[in-house]
Design a protein around this ligand. Sequence first.
Ligand code: PMV
Length: 338
Amino acid sequence: MTKRDVVRAILRDRRLEPAGEARAFAPANIALCKYWGKRDEELNLPVTPSLSVSLGALGAETALSVVDGPDVVIVNGASADDRVVRRVTDYLDLFRPEPDVGYRVETNSSVPLAAGLASSSSGFAALALALNTLYDWKLDARALSILARLGSGSACRSLYPGFARWRAGERADGMDSYAEPIEAEWPAFRIGLLTLSAAPKPIGSREAMRRTRETSLLYRSWPDKVRGDIAAIEAAIRARDLPALGEAAESNALAMHGTMMDTRPPIIYWLPETVTALRAVFQLRADGVPVYATMDAGPNVKILFEKQHAADVRERFPDIRIIDVHNTDARCPFPDAG
Ligand code: PMV
């Protein structure tokens, strides 16, 4: 099964007749229960389900149009680097009316790129949404989530504001592997972003996942771990129970990094600053402030807490960027869903 087969099945007899320029916004998302490991590398099908929260108005704003000649990819006002251009071009290859038709993609991303801060999630979700608008396909959220997944797994969760759950699915074509919103709001919920390093990652998440699956014995217990954590996190969201959510999310992130450390050769994304930040979170908690940490495939730390503790968090981490996850600026494509 190839990406092309999936695109064909989703678009059916829809046409590739571009209409001027299309614009779309998609929020970045941070997993509270992580996606780690693919059961199908071509289609980005996950071994387990995962659960995320979107970063409100923080994400990617993309303008898309058709041009004569090769693709032009501009990120934050400058030509994108070769690696990004290749990924975007490969993705757009799935949607060319003629092989020689190029696209102009201009993205403004309000999340730091390639630092484990979920930039590819919003980028590919915004691109899938912009394609839908450019060609006036009128696809539903499920189909768009699947198309976004073909660009980057976690992008399938970036169509919604608030909390979302990505079903792992079982089918080989992945038509049952898409994200859906969790119908629960938690107005006081906050995420703090601690950017400890914006340097490019030593190893991409695709390669890191592959190596983990192939060589980590600990990874064998990961599906069980996710089963327990995702149920606890979803229940905690509905109950607005920050300690229950935080304990499960923090443990889930640390376990994911544990599987990477168990991998040969080992993968350690952490920097000394990562450990310092984690210890500061633990200390703040010991001092009575309910704060918890999560991390992705990078050294940066995200802190989970509620609004009433924002002053304590800011005092301890003066450079933190605090996100009100439900403040979407009403720009989310499916705002009524979450
Ligand atoms: O979507 P990808 O291939 O960038 O993978 C993201 C993996 C993690 O960020 C580490 C976890 C997650 O669920 O987002």
